[in-house]
Design a protein around this ligand. Sequence first.
Ligand SMILES: Nc1ncnc2c1ncn2[C@@H]1O[C@H](COP(=O)(O)OP(=O)(O)OP(=O)(O)O)[C@@H](O)[C@H]1O
Length: 362
Amino acid sequence: MKQPIISFKNVIKCYDDDVPVLKNVSFEIEEGKFYTLLGPSGCGKTTILRMIAGFSEPTEGDIYFEGRRINNVPANKRQVNTVFQDYALFPHMDVYDNIAFGLRVKKLPKNQIDQKVKEALKMVQLAGYEKRGINEMSGGQRQRVAIARAIVNEPKVLLLDEPLSALDHKLRLDMQYELRELQQRLGITFVFVTHDQEEALAMSDEIFVLNNGNIVQSGTPVDIYDEPINHYVADFIGESNILNGTMIKDCLVEFAGKRFECVDEGMRENEPVEVVLRPEDLDLTDEEHGKLKVKVDTILFRGVHYEIICYDDEGNEWMVHTTKKAVPGTTIGLYFDPEDIHVMRFNESEEDFDARLESYED
Ligand SMILES: Nc1ncnc2c1ncn2[C@@H]1O[C@H](COP(=O)(O)OP(=O)(O)OP(=O)(O)O)[C@@H](O)[C@H]1O
């Protein structure tokens, strides 16, 4: 592998009290790719971003940029720029002055500033908007100004902290395409923070899924969606049916009171496991052709599909996404293929684990 552009080695971060908000984080970021830090509020995403930017220092551990340790390098000496959630634009300045601001601070000659600002505006498709006031721009346009202001400094890495969260749904989807396209065109490494799993899946080359101060899984969107490492990731990324089960032997798993052929191998015989089936991998059929008998409870029309909630004889809830219609109260069959069953080693949630550790300490 090429030398990573950024790496974290065993980084721990504690703020005022001694409770770490990052517990022991290690990762590598390759140049030119789109990375996403994904996780719920408070899991430590922004803290990681702030450390890459140089706004915050690790309590323990090391951060490297192109192989050089940068723990104490000030923010303005790092080849990194940040686009903040609220864009942090200067409302009293026009578009041109917002973008030129950093270059003027660096005392670049006027003609160079002019050329760089114009190039940056072209890249974000806002050529001709130089004299517009910030308040006369739409949310999406402001966002592009914020990006232009960041890329005008020619950073090697662009950090984006939930930059789409203030936009309405439609514009948000448009901006997802635009940002992805811009990243590919510029070839700059992007590190993007979001708690929105759909956004992460749509935009990233690599996703780091965080929970409670740890990276719990990293990989491509497809890897993470198809092979979630544990209950937390399966639940957080997309909709899932997650059931307790037992691995009887290779390629045979028991759940919901029945045994099913599957494709997973290499676990102990009779090992307790968790089983994930995605709603879109399930289909409805008649009772005798189904692999499992379920009773239809509720049906919601979701535009492209119906979302059907049903229950098996053991009381497990099943969510099915299908274009077929069903009638509440009727008993039908659920159908799925062996490769749609994803078996995970049984994993306690981190919270349970932490709670148990604390009770041992008491
Ligand atoms: N300056 C600070 N002082 C003390 N605690 C802080 C500080 N900044 C963040 N924290 C705490 O660190 C934890 C992680 O915060 P962080 O902002 O990194 O999370 P996040 O995943 O980015 O959340 P969000 O999506 O809500 O922004 C939180 O519990 C937060 O309260």
